[in-house]
Design a binder for this molecule. Sequence first.
Ligand SMILES: Cc1cc2nc3c(=O)[nH]c(=O)nc-3n(C[C@H](O)[C@H](O)[C@H](O)COP(=O)(O)OP(=O)(O)OC[C@H]3O[C@@H](n4cnc5c(N)ncnc54)[C@H](O)[C@@H]3O)c2cc1C
Length: 371
Amino acid sequence: MIGGGINGAGIGWELVRRGYRVTLFEKREFGWATSSKTTKMIHGGLRYLEQGHIGLVRESLEERAFLVQHLPSLVRPLRIVFPIFGGSTRSRWMIGAGLALYDRLGGRGALPSHRWMGADEVTKIAPLRRDALRGGYEFWDAQVDDRELVRTVIRSAVRDGLDAREHSPVERLRRNDAAWHVEMRDGTELKYDAVIAVAGPWMGQLLAASSISSGCALALVRGSHVVLDRLVSDTGLLLPSPGERRIFFVLPWKGATMIGTTEVVHEGSLDDVAPSSLEIEYLLERFNAFFATRATGSEIRSSFAGVRPLIGSRADLGALSREYHVESDAGLVKVFGGKMTTFLSLARHVGDRVDAMLGMHLRARPPQFAA
Ligand SMILES: Cc1cc2nc3c(=O)[nH]c(=O)nc-3n(C[C@H](O)[C@H](O)[C@H](O)COP(=O)(O)OP(=O)(O)OC[C@H]3O[C@@H](n4cnc5c(N)ncnc54)[C@H](O)[C@@H]3O)c2cc1C
């Protein structure tokens, strides 16, 4: 397997629990890339619901329920408020209907249902400007330390038999004598019955270096966050981005406040991704449009950016699907896209593809996270 982000870690774990012997190669440290640059949400995604991706939202909420129950030390319920302002393009009733559907898809008893709050209650929770504030909806999702999630999954997988190797860049893949040859950057070559490529935004590069074609086009879309050196609220906020159809988050994060995210076509190296000054300005402007106490650049504790490997062309970045796409043929499985939230369901799907490819019918032992 190539790629030690959350998806590679999850797939490796699934396969060893099915009884396969698996080696996972990661060119740097596990989880250093996209999988530790996320908004840290284990969620269905209200935005994806608005875009009509009901299947993805349902699958994500099922995964959320599983993770909240089975990994409570890391995946914690988070209260979020969606404030409603006069003149908003999304009406109170539309958002209420969306949240009712979100609750239903999330299943009974999973997390508390949404409820309406008046403007006074909203401003007690978060120091928002009062002008035009009509009230807000409270709903629940979950938050995770994304890098720690990858480490926990890798630890669980290694305990269950995965051979997980960091600092092991793969140069290219080659098919020969009905086997796959994995050529490492240090010149060594290893032979496998099957290969799974889960290289996130590097999928295009890996396949091109190996002269392997694919029917799947990936758009590389950078998303940035800034972390302010103060805790604005211990409740998360989901806010409409002024002048756009987008929404953005203001979230409590390790005693500070995280603001994100952006959507910008990423040009240049994938190995050194950082927010541009324009993105930082954009995020501060969005925050300052809503909060009584303005944020300035000097308050930024840290900032980070990741590149989403999204399926489709670049025309409308916000509308590109967050679903995953898997291709399998002649002992090679190619994994594209996907959310962090759905890493376990993607892993089951890939496990079934591997079984079908190798003519096996294996059942995975139930996943038990390592401490
Ligand atoms: C800004 C942003 C916010 C997001 N927020 C959320 C969120 O809140 N919730 C959510 O569910 N999802 C979120 N996502 C999506 C989520 O981050 C991704 O779906 C997920 O992290 C992808 O994981 P991955 O394992 O496929 O890719 P990656 O984490 O990028 O892992 C790929 C790995 O492959 C390795 N690799 C590449 N080429 C080679 C090679 N030749 N040899 C060896 N190793 C190689 C890389 O080093 C890398 O570690 C967000 C994404 C972004 C960018």
